[in-house]
Design a protein around this ligand. Structure first.
Ligand code: ACM
Ligand code: ZN
Length: 618
């Protein structure tokens, strides 16, 4: 009897533990925190709840939370300095001294405490915001729990190309808000390219006056059906606007890394200062009107090139507190350098082997200049060509080799390659016919989520050089801020989780069907665009059967509905609602097509998923 009793006890304890573990992953936070303990009961935020802070820095974060409750839940809570019952307490006292991005969030019956320093406190607040209910009118009950959290990687980045298309300051700030809400901490601002120079440089005003504009732009797909729009296009940020964005980012604990492209991707700069192209009679050049890689690059032989770029750097550095300046270095054809007397003389005078070593000379010379100003460089992985600059950090984008070489040589590395789904300009679903125009490639939500951005071929003791991960948003085919939002959401949620959460804790089903689905339901209530993921539970497939039951479908957005057709027409909210298993009966020698879509509360639709059911019986 005693044995039986203890067995039963052990079983129920086991069940309780199991339930506890199961429950652990049900807090709807993205990225998933490292440690969560769920407790019984909840904390109720009501009109009498006080928001409490300790230091002035803590007050900033507390005030952000106060604003969020006011604008989203119509709750105007007071901000006070004394702790009591029914309070939400933001404090940097006793915060983790070794990691300023770590935080603790304790939700008890009579108090919520958010503990962290600076970014950590802010991230604790972001987690708390994510725990607020989707229904803005419901009473606010927060599950009691205790969270200890810190990031896996110190560098968690998102890039935006404003060269191919320009985006206004207000949108750049919104973009920073999106980054920060998922605990990303770096905004890589790609400010110059062939198609436009977007940062005011007072000593060389033509860079924006001329280089900030192009006469027309290719519309459509440049490989197949593109044609020019015959419409001038351009824009740039003044230095005051840049300062405004950098200060805004700082208030959200986001570092802005500026990118000034060299020696390639320089046509816009050359259109303003053609004398910096190769040869004795360079130019004329125009800012590029189409996409791709162009042969006209900065001349590496002329001193004037370095003079201009150093002047640019002199103005860029005071605008950006970032430790890093990104100097591009990618996709620089050597065509012009091969026949340019200035470039050839530079090669000879410096005993360089070839044009690849000339590229290395260029980057190393700029690195030395930037280092002399107290900053470090980052460049795309081509900066490895012809020898890596001594203190450079490498952004590995062409697969893993750049990352492996750089890390094994003791250099820091950021992983951005699309082998990990990190080129967010690539399409989000396999069938281009169901997707908006994009540059091609494939980066699905699942591909991003399941990636572990730690190349296995980097030796164990060099893995510390992988500082983190970043997704890139190139904007050749992204001309509106709505499309930028569609491009990053929901993939940013997956990016945040691979950047923040330990890989062994990741769980695609829990992420996609529950936590991301919850966050998307919240985004669905706002004016922000996003791509509604396809229905979960089926994939595009063909089955051979006379009868087939579609079951276990789940919407990709919490609270959204699933609709389907059986006649091969594209489904919408006008069709049949999926509420349980659907039995499809197929006559002999016939085929039926089941297509299902997700339709959200705001009316947004996913792409359909299709199941062909073929009865081969005669
Ligand atoms: C790049 O995609 N050219 C870095
Ligand atoms: Zn040259």
């Amino acid at each position: 009897m005693k044995k039986l009793f203890s067995l039963a006890l052990a079983l129920s304890l086991g069940a309780a533990l199991f339930a506890q573990e199961k429950k652990d992953v049900t807090l709807n936070i993205v990225p998933l925190p490292q440690h969560v303990q769920i407790k019984n009961g909840s904390f109720n935020i009501n009109g009498n709840t006080k928001i409490v802070f300790d230091s002035d820095e803590d007050k900033k974060v507390a005030a952000l939370f106060q604003d969020f409750l006011k604008s989203n839940y119509n709750l105007n809570l007071s901000l006070v300095k004394s702790v009591g019952k029914n309070s939400i307490y933001f404090s940097s006292k006793n915060a983790n001294p070794s990691n300023k991005e770590a935080y603790e969030l304790n939700i008890a019956s009579d108090q919520i405490t958010v503990k962290g320093k600076e970014a950590g406190l802010f991230y604790g607040m972001q987690s708390l915001i994510q725990l607020l209910p989707v229904d803005k009118k419901a009473s606010i009950e927060i599950q009691q729990a205790s969270i200890q959290d810190e990031p896996r990687f110190a560098y968690r980045g998102l890039h935006l190309d404003v060269g191919r298309h320009f985006f206004p300051v207000a949108f750049v700030k919104k973009y920073i808000d999106i980054l920060a809400s998922y605990k990303l901490n770096t905004f890589h601002w790609h400010l110059t390219d062939d198609q436009g120079w977007r940062i005011e440089i007072k000593s060389h005003p033509k860079l924006t006056q001329i280089g900030g504009y192009r006469n027309q732009t290719l519309s459509g797909n440049y490989k197949t059906d593109g044609d020019y729009d015959n419409t001038p296009y351009g824009g740039f940020y003044t230095q005051d606007q840049i300062k405004e964005v950098v200060a805004y980012a700082k208030s959200k604990y986001v570092t802005v890394i500026p990118e000034i492209e060299m020696p390639g991707h320089a046509l816009a700069a050359l259109s303003a200062y053609p004398e910096l192209g190769c040869g004795d009679k360079p130019g004329p050049y125009t800012a590029a009107q189409t996409w791709g890689v162009f042969d006209d690059v900065f001349c590496a032989g002329k001193e004037e090139t370095f003079k201009l770029l150093e002047d640019v750097i002199d103005e860029v550095i005071p605008l950006f507190p970032s430790e890093y300046i990104h100097i591009g270095g990618d996709e620089c054809p050597k065509t012009r350098w091969k026949t340019c007397p200035y470039c050839q003389k530079r090669i000879k005078d410096n005993n360089l082997k070839d044009e690849h070593e000339l590229q290395s000379y260029f980057i190393q010379r700029m690195e030395k200049y930037i280092n002399s100003k107290g900053k470090r460089i980052i460049g795309w992985d081509e900066i490895l060509e012809g020898g890596l600059a001594p203190n450079a950090t490498v952004m590995s984008w062409r697969g893993d080799q750049g990352a492996i070489d750089a890390a094994n040589q003791g250099h820091d590395v950021i992983i951005t390659a699309n082998s990990y789904g990190l080129y967010f300009d690539h399409k989000q679903g396999a069938d281009q016919n169901r997707e908006p125009l994009s540059i091609g490639g494939l980066s699905t939500l699942r591909k991003v989520y399941t990636a572990d951005p730690m190349p296995t071929k980097i030796s164990e003791n060099n893995k510390k050089h992988v500082l983190g991960v970043q997704a890139n948003i190139w904007t050749e085919y992204i001309g509106s801020s709505n499309k930028v939002e569609f491009t990053i959401l929901p993939r940013v949620l997956a990016l945040s989780e691979i950047a923040w959460t330990k890989p062994e804790k990741k769980d695609w089903k829990n992420f996609s069907e529950q936590r991301a689905a919850r966050q998307l339901a919240k985004i669905d209530q706002t004016s922000t665009f996003y791509r509604v993921p396809e229905v979960y539970g089926i994939v595009d497939t063909t089955v051979y059967a006379s009868e087939y039951t579609i079951r276990d479908l789940k919407p990709s957005v919490e609270g959204a509905k699933i609709y389907y057709t059986l006649d091969n027409y594209d489904p919408s909210e006008l069709d049949l609602e999926y509420t349980g298993p659907v039995k499809v009966s197929v006559p002999n020698s016939k085929e039926r097509v089941f297509k299902a879509v997700v339709v959200t509360a705001s009316g947004k639709r996913s792409n359909y998923i299709r199941v062909n059911i073929i009865n081969t019986k005669k």
